[in-house]
Design a binder for this molecule. Structure first.
Ligand code: AMP
Ligand code: ZN
Length: 125
């Protein structure tokens, strides 16, 4: 499935374009990471591809390297952002997909959540 490079109506595309602000965690040519505006954990940021790809159900074989890069980056950023060391610390990676999957923003994003626990298992945000 081909993804449009950008969707003018997409809030995350607007952030990527610099038209809306974010608290940036990381940026390179393909990826952007920023803090969730409504954090559900002491550390809560999102990693997303810059290309407008709606969800995990819009991913195909051509996106494997991109997804691999996101997963490869997540542990480093999680620790840089204050997640506690393994095994007592750690973090969660979560990708909500579709309405029944709890997805609110239709631009693929990986939640990275961690920090001292008061937040609940399975909580979306
Ligand atoms: P999801 O429910 O998986 O689609 O998650 C969307 C997430 O994006 C939620 O946790 C929101 O708090 C977060 N979010 C929405 N708008 C913004 C924004 N402008 N900046 C940062 N995070 C946002
Ligand atoms: Zn988008």
């Amino acid at each position: 499935m081909t993804a449009a490079a950008s969707d003018p109506d997409c809030v995350f595309c607007k952030i990527i374009a610099g038209d809306l602000p974010c608290k940036k965690v990381y940026e390179d040519e393909e990826l952007l990471a920023f803090h969730d505006i409504a954090p559900g954990a002491p550390v809560h940021f999102l990693i997303l591809p810059k290309v407008h790809l709606e969800s995990m159900l819009h991913v195909d074989e051509g996106h494997q390297a991109l997804l691999g890069r996101i997963l490869g980056l997540a542990p480093r950023l999680a620790m840089e952002q204050g997640c506690n060391p393994y095994p007592d610390g750690g973090f969660r990676i979560m990708v909500n997909t579709g309405l029944e999957g709890g997805q609110e923003v239709a631009h693929l994003h990986f939640h990275v959540m961690g920090g001292a626990r008061s937040w609940k298992k399975g909580q979306a945000n």
